[in-house]
Ligand binder design. Sequence first.
Ligand code: RIB
Ligand code: CA
Length: 313
Amino acid sequence: MPQQQKIIIDTDPGQDDAVAILLALGSPELDVLGITAVAGNVPLRLTSKNARKICELGGRPDIKVYAGASRPLVRHLTTAEEVHGRTGLNGPTLPEPTMPLQKQHAVDFLVETLMSEPSGTVTVCPLGPLTNIALALIREPNIAKRVQRIVLMGGAYFEGGNTTPTGEFNIYVDPHAADVVFRSGIPIVMMPLDVTHKALTTAKRVKAFRDLGTPVGIATADMLDFFERFDERKYGTDGGPLHDPCVISYLLKPELFSGRECNVSIEITSELTMGMTVVDWWHVTKRPKNALVMGDIDADGYFALLVERLGRL
Ligand code: RIB
Ligand code: CA
């Protein structure tokens, strides 16, 4: 087997985060060095518990889970219980976790790991607000030249926002953190709503998870049945966008995605467009191309990968 990709998943589970974590756990190409929880979809107390619930569902109580920031750098925390439910993982009934939460703070884990692993060998995979990543960069700027790349779910451009007309949730919740990350110089691969809105959890696709007949498959179908209802009502679609597993899928099969290198700048001053990812798609400015912005996805290939890998758990 080729050299495993070392990754750190930063996350605010969240049902779609949960499927992304399960995909990583079901993929031997990936070595999950740790999972860092951040406040986002629900408060940190729940995201750090949910991450452990999912590791145990995936049969990996050995994974180290760390709690990070309980609020954004500057703004008050905005959560999304209306989408994810009060627990953040509404849908299946999952047991309370027995695996421990690590004592070390997530930001300290990020800095320590990125400073000790060989430079350029660790990919950071943010699936929620970028608060932990920004705090790590502020605490130890030298990690910027040691991170291999950041592959994140966040932002939107042609698609518009899902939290405000211009703001996608992960970036909107902590725009100042996103500004720090997008200015860091670290190579970024961005999975915006422009891509994730093309990856809908249709009834047929949810059935494929349920038909696995395993605890993981059934729990995943129950999570998606709950998670999708908000977006189905909002967009009038069959299914909702399955955002976060796009990040892990890119590590496994980048050919499922297409996009272009662009400058992405973050709005941090206007309340009207706070948290907007301003994508210079047509290169009309001289701003540096700091991100590979994805625009398209092979949705059938994406769901086939998900079902196959979750079927291994
Ligand atoms: O806008 C979608 C993103 O916000 C996803 O990561 C979802 O889990 C929420 O965090
Ligand atoms: Ca998320």
